[in-house]
Design a binder for this molecule. Sequence first.
Ligand code: PLP
Length: 440
Amino acid sequence: MRRKDALYLKEKNKSSYELAQRGKQSLIAHYTAGIFSDFIFYDYGKGSKIYDIDGNEYIDCASGLGPLILGHAPDVVTEAAVEAISKGSVHGLGNGYEVKFAELLVECIPEAEVVTFTNSGTEATMHAIKLARACTGKVKIAKFEGHYHGTHEFAQISGRTAKYGPVESPQSVPDYAGIPNFVVDDTITLSMNQTESYDIIRQNKDELAAVIVEPLPIAAPLDYKEFLVGLREVTEECGVLLIFDEVVTGFRLSFGGAREYYNIIPDLSTYGKIIGGGFPVGAIIGKRKFFKPAYFDGFNLGKKSVFITGTFSGNPVTCAAGIATIEYLRDNKYLYEQMSNNVKYICENIEAHAAKIKFPLQTKSCCSIFVPYFFNGEINKPRDTKWTYNIGQYDNFRKYMAKNGVALGDIGIIFLSAAHDKEDCKKIVEAFNKSIDEIY
Ligand code: PLP
């Protein structure tokens, strides 16, 4: 793709620009630290739209980076959260919302017997790994290159950098600074859609506690069913726990998430995003036997216990919003097909336009998620997507899209919500095609 420098939008986004400059003095966030651009500062959102502090309206395609499957501030969720918050937001004691929420999730996820709440997807994957170690008495963890599991040390091995070593046996490489060597040594990196991954699991089974996988890696949202069926068989055969990281896919790929979509039952699953109804959340879900280490013998904490807690974990506001969201989705399952059809419509139309003018664009999608890639070439796994190297190019494209009235998230993934109607989708297509014309 020929790159024209993006217009900075200084005129249209004057207040955002000024706030960005101010923010840089005291705030470290991904947009002030220079990782992504900082040209839209959000004021409020409703349904499929967001409004920035200059009063510009955008169709929002970031959906809060995934959680907002019902759009911004859906009444049913806002009312539930406001009712809960009016009674206090955190108590340091048990609360009825948390129990009701756990019951609801257990009811909605057939193999689940118990749930434990955290405040983020990061905490959920971190504790799930610890549970797996405590259950199996083994230490090593296997994960897939290009799969994102949050920001704890074990999640930041080869999560973004899907490019080191041969594709059949990738190297474990820290994505960022601050990761000790022992974490690298105890993490085995695998590759999606490579059967060599099964052999590596077999070879390391005596040391391997768990394999954690994004069943739909958002870097490359393709159908991985065959590979995942094999992964389930191999992990079972080897006595290695299989952790599905459903932080993105849970209640998004289908009401039953990736486990239902693929009809594969993992040992443990981690959730986040959608289940919090727009509030901070994470959860680990599975059969009671895998949570045995989380039951304490009073305060006789020992090497066999995993301590999973957090001041705000299971707080009533998150749980109330989560209950309202999940109940709404449960009662309106047709929304999944609607979102999926909308994604198909957008992808087909932007690909057709790009093909007509010979602009290198392809999309990969699954249900309500799609990713545009600005190159031709086959994509079978995250490594093929040139994920990290494309970010600068994508960031530039986002500015054109913003100018044309559509806000894209900063990580290259488009999450549609149930609030996007046909008119929104038409405008998204128009904005894509216009931006492509302008940039080409
Ligand atoms: N797992 C996956 C698959 C994710 O996509 C994310 C976040 O995007 C996480 C874990 C981490 O969740 P959080 O950002 O809530 O810590």
